[in-house]
Write a protein that binds this ligand. Sequence first.
Ligand code: NAP
Length: 246
Amino acid sequence: MTNNSNRVAIVTGASRGIGAAIAERLAKDGFTVVVNYAGSEAAAAEVVRGIEEKGGKALIAKADVSDAEAVGHMFDAAEAAFGGVDVLVNNAGIMQLARIAEADDAHFDRQIAINLKGTFNTLREAGKRLRDGGRIINLSTSVVGLKLETYGVYAATKAAVEALTGIMSKELRGRSITVNAVAPGPTATDLFLNGKSDELIDRMARMNPLERLGTPEDIAAAVSFLAGPDGGWINGQVLRANGGVI
Ligand code: NAP
């Protein structure tokens, strides 16, 4: 692969936050982008409009990633519109915090359904349908390393995503498809900011030696590297994009 033109990327959870920044960055890099969302239709449409305004190509695609059938239809729509898929970015995710002793079944089941089963659903589809030479990038979290209290179930779903990453990179032997993960630290999006006091946000922003929160664009830059020509020799790895917090 020498450049990204004529290549098609599906970005899950691209209506807001990190996913929206990834979709915009990959479009800027020359990819045709499938902007997936589950609930925020207007926001997803706005991401598509922004890409098209800058001369890029994008398609809006509603699919709850925890629904395997809906994920299949999203791949069908991408193939029908653009002839195939080259890149999958598994960004869709939710985060709920609770101490393990106090976490109820819904807390566990919902995060497993979206973060782990959702990633499995898209990986399974991509394993069958991605064009040779493609790229898969899964979003993990640096909390897998930091092991902060109350992040137990969330971090467990992402540790599982890291395991799938390494194993799938081997299973795709012979097809020139790389599978990697990007593990952000605290990044300024709804997922991180909602429900936290200014004091806590400030304290967490200063945990890393660069003493600021990550931006969605910081994370999109790491994904862009792995999706583009310069990232081709990186395979089966977890890249922690977090300003050095761990
Ligand atoms: P966010 O601002 O809450 O955005 C989440 C995105 O995921 C939205 O576009 C949402 O779409 C989509 N989504 C949620 N459930 C979905 C589902 N079932 N099917 C399809 N899409 C779904 O979150 P973010 O901070 O950008 O996080 C993006 C990824 O980075 C997540 O995997 C997260 O775990 C990871 N991460 C974030 C941080 C951080 O500090 N922000 C740190 C480490 C890792 P709708 O609104 O349309 O439902």
